[in-house]
Design a protein around this ligand. Structure first.
Ligand code: GLA
Length: 695
């Protein structure tokens, strides 16, 4: 009996051990979808347009790319008129030759479906596929994003061209993956009758009856009551908030269906190994990116500075937002080789800034950085945009900096294989809340993205790593979750947050939280709605501020601006951390920040917008209360430090965004991968970069 028990125990231990080691192995072997098998883990790429040049020139271009350590080309995304010069006559041979020519130079291809630019024969034959503007005018041919994403006829042509491409390239080992369309037509919609009808049908399938819709949108207000589905307009501004929010969701679904039409046919013919992505645009808010990225293998985005210079906080935030869409590494499909052509002032980035920007992307979880574009088309709308080659086909000065980036990526790439960013702090973002605030800002000064950035900046400085995720995502494992603007807070989302707090998390809410439900309808509870009981407090009244007010308490004394909520601590366990000073009478000495222990965790509500100094002390309090530590070590202001980790390894990226040289102490001996040495500190010049690994 005894020995049987012993054998049993040993068996359990053995099974347990092999399960654990299998788990470890699968973790170790988990290849990231953003890292192309058999290629470097981090890559430099470029947008190349072989269709714009004689084939005899390709070899020279590709040679110059190889010399610059460029290892990816994204091609074909605007080449429909070359791929299908006449209806049904496909010419994909040239593209196959371009892919093969690139491969000879160890350059892998990403194919863009050309659906942002339907050819003239198509728009002439079926002018009804052209988008209609809100004023009823049809857009003309000759630009891009000119087709209606909801047109079944247009989708049919998109499906055919994507299918032909997938049949030809779906098994091509030199094609790493696909990009659907280009920037999803900036989410532009056609305001034609057919789209309006679709919207009405969409509403019908969602609400079932007009009684329900009328009730949830309170259409009794201003005689908006609908007796027939076909009475419901497309909102063009100034409409009912319920209608406006549903339109945004409809637009999201429309673009999702638009991409699914192509994804389905590519998946039908292509190897599973080939990824499918779409090039997004940071904080662009035309649709809900959590929905759009759902069917994609990974997210990618186009990172442009435009006028001025890199704002490392804002850019870092946009990277982290993109990483948070799928909680996965991402690509920077496009970025500027110095300057763009579409901003107010198309200044060139400083020497070294393009390199710092590339490393910042990697540090935040990108695995590819693609420069737009290789060489300017001799004619076409973007003649002045930054490029790597001049019109004469030889390198311009930025080519050298990009070559250096490529060289450094090759050198350091192994340290990044299988690694991503994991943070103790999460910031929550919600398109519903963002839109709801945009529809009714109440004060033109309210900028929810700027607020997100101010929290991000203060928290990231201390924690050195922040995730930006959906309010609906699982919050397990985070020590601190901050939701600066969760204006739309329906019950299921509130429940997600409450569970997090019950299990020991610290949730910090900002102003305007919990005012509305998923229909953009005011909740009948005071703010923060379904979280009021757990907070043990509520908002008595909100005030748009004409001028800054003083505020003081646990975090020091400073200014509250733009928005102030008069809070009330209803529960004896609810602490008042900050109070407003003397100001409009209503807010005099009233609570501005309250906090309460709940379950195993804590909820804190900040009812106003704090100045930078107060935000800093608030963040210090938040990380201390939540037990969040720095991911690396304390570094001087202006140094951005980031960590990417994978099974058994970590890589640290240090970038100096300050205008002067700075010394960074590591507190221990580290390997410096870019300068090939070991030491305990490094001197970084402005825009200087170093990558560290434990020796
Ligand atoms: C966008 C587009 C590119 C190009 C660049 C220019 O991101 O996707 O085709 O027009 O802008 O900055």
């Amino acid at each position: 009996m005894q020995s049987l028990r012993l054998i049993g125990t040993m068996l359990i231990l053995l099974v347990g051990f092999s399960l654990a080691s299998a788990q470890l192995k699968s973790q170790e072997q988990r290849a990231l979808p953003t890292q192309v098998p058999k290629h470097d883990a981090i890559l430099v790429g470029t947008a190349w347009y072989p269709e714009q040049w004689p084939e005899s020139r390709w070899e020279q271009d590709l040679k110059l790319m190889e010399v610059a350590n460029i290892k990816v080309v994204r091609i074909a995304e605007f080449s429909w008129s070359r791929l299908e010069p006449l209806e049904g006559h496909y010419d994909l041979d040239w593209l196959e030759r371009a892919v093969a020519a690139a491969a000879k130079h160890h350059i892998v291809s990403v194919l863009g479906t050309p659906t942002a630019t339907p050819p003239a024969w198509l728009t002439q034959k079926y002018p009804e596929i052209l988008r209609e503007e809100p004023d009823g005018r049809r857009v003309t041919h000759g630009n891009r994003a000119h087709a209606s994403s909801t047109s079944p006829l247009y989708r049919e042509y998109c499906r055919k061209i994507a299918g032909e491409m997938a049949k030809r390239f779906g098994h091509n080992p030199e094609v790493a993956g696909w990009q659907i369309d280009n920037e999803y037509g900036y989410a532009l919609m056609s305001y034609d009758d057919a789209t309006q009808k679709k919207f009405q049908e969409w509403l019908k399938s969602k609400y079932r009856t007009l009684e329900i819709l009328n009730a949830l949108w309170t259409t009794a207000y201003w005689s908006e009551t609908y007796d027939n589905w076909n009475e419901i307009p497309i909102p063009v501004g100034g409409h009912n908030p319920g209608l406006q929010l549903e339109w945004k969701r409809f637009v999201t679904d429309a673009w999702n269906d638009y991409q699914m039409n192509q994804i389905a046919v590519i998946r039908k013919y292509a190897d599973a190994r080939q990824f499918i992505t779409g090039n997004l645009m940071g904080f662009f808010d035309g649709f809900d990116h959590y929905v759009i990225t759902e069917p994609l293998t990974f997210a990618s985005w186009d990172d442009y500075v435009g006028s001025g210079h890199l704002d490392p906080d804002f850019n870092g935030l946009a990277h982290d937002l993109t990483r948070g869409f799928k909680r996965e590494n991402f690509w920077v499909m496009e970025t500027q080789p110095g300057a763009v052509n579409w901003a107010g002032i198309n200044n060139f980035l400083n020497k070294g800034e393009v390199r710092a920007m590339a490393w910042q992307a990697i540090a935040h979880g990108a695995d590819e950085i693609g420069y737009w574009q290789w060489r300017s088309a001799l004619n076409g709308q973007e003649q002045y945009h930054g490029t790597l080659l001049g019109a004469d086909g030889t390198p311009v000065p930025i080519y050298k900096e990009v070559s250096q980036i490529g060289q450094e990526f090759s050198k350091a790439q192994e340290a990044f294989r299988g690694t991503t960013v994991r943070s103790q702090v999460a910031l929550l973002y919600s398109y519903d809340s963002h839109w709801a605030i945009q529809f009714q800002k109440h004060t033109q000064k309210y900028d929810d993205i700027a607020m997100l950035k101010s929290y991000y900046r203060a928290l990231r400085k201390l924690s050195q790593s922040v995730d930006v995720i959906s309010a609906k995502a699982s919050l397990d494992g985070y020590k601190l979750v901050v939701a600066p603007n969760l204006n739309v807070l329906p019950k299921d989302v509130a429940e997600n947050l409450l569970n997090y707090v019950r299990n020991g998390g610290h949730l910090v809410l900002g102003p305007r939280s919990g005012l509305k439900d998923e229909h953009n309808e005011l909740l009948v509870q005071r703010q923060p709605g379904y979280l009021m009981a757990a907070l043990g407090g509520r908002v008595e009244q909100y005030y748009a501020l004409e001028k800054d007010f003083s505020v003081s308490g646990e975090w020091g004394t400073g200014q509250a601006s733009v928005w102030a909520e008069q809070l009330n601590a209803l529960n004896p366990g609810t602490q008042v951390l900050m109070r407003y000073g003397k100001n409009n009478g209503w807010l005099d000495d009233q609570p501005a920040v309250i906090s309460r222990a709940y379950g195993k965790g804590k909820i804190t509500y900040i009812g106003t917008i704090l100045d930078e100094k107060l935000m800093k002390t608030a963040a210090e309090w938040m990380v201390k209360e939540s037990g969040v530590g720095p991911a690396f070590a304390s570094v001087p202001d202006g140094i951005e430090v980031s960590v990417r980790s994978g099974p058994g390894k970590s890589a640290f990226v240090l970038i100096n965004f300050a205008p002067e040289s700075q010394n960074v102490d590591f507190g221990k001996r580290m390997k410096m991968l870019l300068s090939d040495r070991q030491g305990e500190s490094v001197e970084l010049a402005p825009y200087g970069v170093e990558v560290l690994q434990a020796p």
